[in-house]
Design a protein around this ligand. Structure first.
Ligand code: MTE
Ligand code: MO
Length: 220
């Protein structure tokens, strides 16, 4: 697909890139989700912070399109009606942001990635996905992570439609990875044969981003 113009460097963008270079917030501890609900180096918040590149695109349900492209047998271009016609599910999960805040018990509603995969049918050589958003943001996921049972393309949070700042009309939610993998204002899901770096992954953040393994930054 055509490349969007990348948003300009903002203060937060430059700061977060520096944290990756310095290895900020690493505790060196190991934790497992079954033993410890709060991953190492995280603290709990009750509100829901907004984090993005500073551009919050206005995407209405009327203008929304979600394209499913690349290594799939059945490429899709879903408008809002087609997206809403897919099976709808609810899931409860925690958020863990690499900037160290976590928020428990978020109720999401939307389309499970597994239900989308049933329709799109990834080709045998598909190994990863690149998510593309309306603000020019990208982030990558291994197919197995994208397909995890609680991952979904969410349109609602706590029973209400997502607000614009949190990614309306639809965003990805992949609860078992740091929240930068959960692309807001989702525009396209591109299936690819080899994992490659998205926006933050190119800027020093980890390719996978498992909070319990404290995979904040890339090793090199
Ligand atoms: N399209 C888009 N998605 C994005 C981002 C972004 O800048 N653009 N930022 C990521 C980061 S770093 C985080 S922590 C979460 C924040 O989501 P929230 O603002 O709903 O808390 O969105 C992720 N998804
Ligand atoms: Mo983040």
């Amino acid at each position: 697909m055509s490349e969007d113009a990348l948003p300009p460097d903002t203060k937060l963008t430059t700061t977060k890139q520096r944290w990756a270079e310095e290895g900020r917030f690493l505790t060196g501890r190991i934790a497992r989700p079954d033993a410890e609900r709060l991953p190492p180096g995280q603290h709990l918040v009750r509100d829901w912070p907004v984090l993005d590149l500073g551009l919050q695109p206005v995407v209405t349900r009327e203008s929304f399109r979600l394209d499913v492209t690349g290594a799939v047998e059945n490429a899709l271009s879903l408008d809002w009606a087609a997206f809403s016609a897919l099976p709808q599910s609810r899931s409860l999960s925690d958020i863990h942001c690499v900037t160290t805040w976590s928020r428990y018990d978020n109720t999401w509603e939307g389309v499970l990635t597994r239900d989308l995969l049933d329709v799109a049918r990834p080709a045998p050589h598909a190994a990863a996905v690149m998510l593309h958003s309306y603000d020019g943001y990208t982030t990558n996921l291994l197919l197995a992570d994208f397909a995890s049972e609680d991952a979904l393309i969410a349109h609602s949070w706590e029973g209400r439609p997502l607000t614009q700042e949190h990614g309306a009309p639809a965003r990805l939610v992949v609860p078992h990875l740091y929240f930068w993998k959960s692309a807001k204002w989702i525009k396209a899901i591109e299936f690819i044969a080899r994992d490659k770096a998205g926006f933050w992954e190119e800027r020093g953040y980890h390719m996978r981003g498992d909070p319990w393994g404290e995979q904040r930054y890339s090793d090199d």
